[in-house]
Design a protein. Structure first.
Length: 174
């Protein structure tokens, strides 16, 4: 997809690189916008952000993208590990040994990316029990969205939905 989305995708392809370039081009402008949002959040911000989040995800089909599953990957909580290991009928220790590592911040993350549970059809093979971080990504339905400005800016380079979310939010603030 080579242009900003105003309607549901008509193609089977989301041009991730194009979105990443756009996000990089607009990084300065978006940083300024989000800082201003934090300084003076509008009264209805949570409502507006939720509306935009819903609008964006009614236009974007994640199954045609899966870029978060290919590039970012979740942080694993102990509850995630237990739930997924059980689902796969594996012992927790074996599961961790097979799939996870501890990163420089002490967080449990995948040993390799793309996510080993991403199917060849770009669908999640453990969808019902997927980690909490996967369920919550890209966090655009959060209250007080300005509290995660740094994350939103970073995610805009990986997630077309976040890029669109910021663009729409800017329009609604004018
Ligand atoms: S959440 Fe974002 S990066 Fe992940 S699949 Fe959906 S649009 Fe793509
Ligand atoms: S567990 Fe599923 S939703 Fe999470 S990164 Fe892997 S494929 Fe994506």
């Amino acid at each position: 997809m080579m242009k900003a989305m105003t309607k549901k995708y008509a193609t089977d392809f989301i041009d991730i690189e194009h979105y990443r370039d756009l996000a990089k081009q607009k990084q300065k402008e978006n940083t300024k916008f989000l800082i201003a949002l934090k300084k003076k959040p509008p009264k209805q911000l949570d409502k507006i952000a939720l509306e935009i989040h819903q609008e964006v995800f009614s236009e974007i089909d994640c199954t045609k993208c899966a870029n978060c599953c290919k590039t970012l990957g979740p942080l694993w909580t102990e509850a995630d590990i237990e739930r997924v290991a059980k689902f796969l009928r594996m012992k927790v220790g074996d599961f961790e040994k097979a799939y996870l590592r501890v990163d420089e911040d002490g967080d449990k993350v995948f040993q390799t990316m793309p996510c080993p549970f991403l199917g060849s059809d770009d669908l999640c093979t453990i969808y019902e029990v997927r980690p909490k971080a996967c369920r919550e990504f890209p966090h655009t339905d959060r209250k007080k969205i300005y509290q995660i400005n740094h994350l939103t800016l970073k995610n805009a380079e990986y997630c077309p939905a976040v890029y669109e979310f910021i663009e729409k939010l800017k329009t609604r603030q004018k």
